[in-house]
Design a protein. Structure first.
Length: 166
């Protein structure tokens, strides 16, 4: 009777594994940032966006630099489809990022890439690694900056949402 029991256990295990495979790959996870982290994330991404007006870019840069005496009053939305940054753990000089805005891909390296990579980590984007590289990536980034809230200097005025895991 023992061979039959082993066959039954194997059949149950196979059914369980098959059931798990029907779930598919893991889905994206939602993330968010508020306050100083959101302002930093919006600030380093906005610097590369061609979708913001010069006035919006100047205002975001001023806020990120600690200046709140800017005349801009409307809310500013910083949007990116995808942000992927890499840092090599073999070639310690290699840092790069690609940011996609409405299908337009912007690439940059060095200090600017390091700023964005570190800001993603600060925002809680989980790292990933592969053969000599570390990655930080997110998608569907949407940051809303409210100049009135930022000028209050009470910790509010900046919110971001994004997805990780893609």
């Amino acid at each position: 009777m023992q061979p039959l029991e082993n066959q039954m256990k194997l059949a149950k295990l196979s059914s369980f594994v098959f059931s798990l495979s029907l779930l598919g790959p893991p889905s994206a996870f939602a993330g968010s940032a508020t306050g100083p982290v959101a302002l930093a994330l919006a600030g380093v991404v906005a610097a590369h966006s061609s979708k913001l007006s010069p006035a919006e870019k100047k205002t975001v840069a001023a806020f990120f630099d600690g200046k709140t005496d800017v005349p801009y009053a409307g809310k500013i939305k910083v949007i990116a489809d995808k942000v992927v940054c890499r840092a090599s753990n073999v070639d310690i000089t290699a840092r790069s990022c690609e940011v996609t805005f409405a299908g337009e891909k912007i690439s940059f390296r060095g200090r600017e890439a390091n700023e964005l990579y570190a800001t993603e980590a600060m925002a809680g984007v989980p790292p990933d690694g592969a053969a000599g590289s570390n990655f930080e990536s997110l998608s569907k980034l949407a940051c809303m900056l409210d100049p009135a809230g930022i000028k209050d200097k009470a910790g509010g005025g900046a919110e971001c949402s994004y997805e990780t895991g893609n």
